[in-house]
Structures are given as C-alpha cells and as structure tokens.
Design a protein around this ligand. Structure first.
Ligand SMILES: [Zn+2]
Length: 130
C-alpha cells in the first residue's frame, strides 16, 4: 500500500516480485525516477501467477508531460504509479478483467479495452470499457 520512488538507472533490474522488475514500470519517455505502488505489483503478480503466462506492461508510471501528450486523464492513476495497462499472453482483455475483479472486488480501477486491460489500485471502485 505504499508508493515508492525507484531509480531507473540504479534499480532498473531490481525484482519487485517473482516476475516483475522495476524497469517494466518506467515511463515510456525514459525518465527517471519511476513511481510504483507496491499494491499494484502484488495485483499484477497474482495475475501473472493465475494465468501462468507472460504479462507485458504497455504503460505503467507516466510523468505529467507524457500523460498529457498521449491524452491521458488529468488525474490518471498512471501519474501516481498506481496503474498499469497490461497484456497477458493467450488471454483476452475481458478474461484478464474478470480475474482482476476477483482480486479487487470492492476497489480499484479495471478498464477493458480491445487490446489491453487497465488495472489500478485506487481506493474507490471504478469499472469501464474503452
Ligand atoms: Zn491505463
């Protein structure tokens, strides 16, 4: 339940869980540091373990500049290191969202898009289709 700052340069290869490393959460603009909420890592690792297939993070932490450039929401959970857009090999975004629902029954954000699933660990509950 804590947001931590990591140095991409120093901690990029550091393991956050069995299958995830710090660099996978980096903003795609290459900036350093990277903010990551440990609760998000726990949820993603549970998804990885459940499906038993590789999980690709297409976007996790975003700087305000990057978020604005790609048209992200003003108060996007990506800005706080609390969100990740993921693709699970061999599973549809709908299947991933259905399992995430079990992990976050009363809280968090789950957005189902055509090619990925958005997962975040906000304290309130939000569900949507992209
Ligand atoms: Zn997202």
């Amino acid at each position: 339940m804590a947001i931590k700052a990591y140095s991409k340069a120093k901690d990029g290869n550091k393991k956050l869980s069995t299958n995830f490393r710090v660099k996978e959460f980096a903003c795609t603009d290459g900036s350093d540091p990277i903010f990551i909420d440990s609760e998000l890592v726990t949820v993603l690792q549970n998804i990885r373990t459940h499906f038993g297939k590789s999980v690709t993070i297409t976007s996790a932490y975003r700087t305000p500049t990057k978020n604005k450039a790609i048209g992200g929401e003003k108060y996007s959970q990506h800005l706080y290191g609390k969100a990740a857009d993921i693709k699970v090999k061999g599973a549809t975004p709908k299947q991933v969202a259905a399992y995430a629902e079990k992990l976050l029954p009363k809280k968090g954000g789950i957005g189902t898009y055509s090619s990925f699933t958005h997962i975040d660990v906000r304290s309130t509950k939000a569900r949507w289709k992209g």
